[in-house]
Design a protein around this ligand. Structure first.
Ligand code: FES
Length: 162
């Protein structure tokens, strides 16, 4: 079992609020991601059993949404939007800058396991392009100076929590 009893209980409670059980899939995936840090077929199976839906529906939802990493990621998952507005406002050079700053390529995790860098489809914040999401937070109207500050702040935060 990868999920705690507390998570299973919470998933059941959330699902009970909806007229259809399948509506509980996204909340359940969110709960699982928050607990484990990623999702995978073992977790899909546990969710399906917990909220009584077919496992294939859990897997379909998980694979459709990029917000649920399918393998372990760093403490901070950096998702840079590469869709049209962000692309026009320099998303590619933003990714290159992050690769340079972090010393990794897109798709990789830093050796200290602090940052994972990926690019994703539109995150719905097109008017503040270029933007990225790190864990649950949006960072918008990005510049290189802002990126420097964000990474520094996150490193400090990680140190304080160590
Ligand atoms: S295009 Fe980047 S948030 Fe929509």
């Amino acid at each position: 079992m990868m999920l705690s009893e507390a998570s299973i209980t919470l998933m059941k409670e959330m699902t009970a609020r909806y007229p259809e059980k399948r509506s509980g899939i996204l909340p359940a995936l969110t709960i699982a991601y928050e607990e484990v840090g990623h999702v995978n077929p073992d977790i899909y199976r546990e969710i399906a059993a917990a909220i009584d839906v077919p496992m294939v529906e859990v897997a379909e939802a998980a694979t459709f949404y990029t917000m649920f990493p399918k393998e372990p990621v760093g403490t901070y998952l950096i998702q840079v939007c590469h869709n049209i507005s962000c692309a026009l406002m320099g998303a590619d050079s933003l990714v290159e800058y992050l690769e340079e700053k972090l010393g990794i390529k897109k798709g990789d995790t830093t050796p200290d396991n602090l940052f994972t860098l990926i690019s994703v489809e539109c995150l719905g914040s097109c008017s503040t392009a270029p933007m990225m999401q790190i864990n649950q937070d949006f960072y918008e109207n990005l510049t290189r100076a802002k990126v420097d500050q964000i990474l520094e702040d996150l490193r400090e935060k990680a140190k304080a929590q160590a």
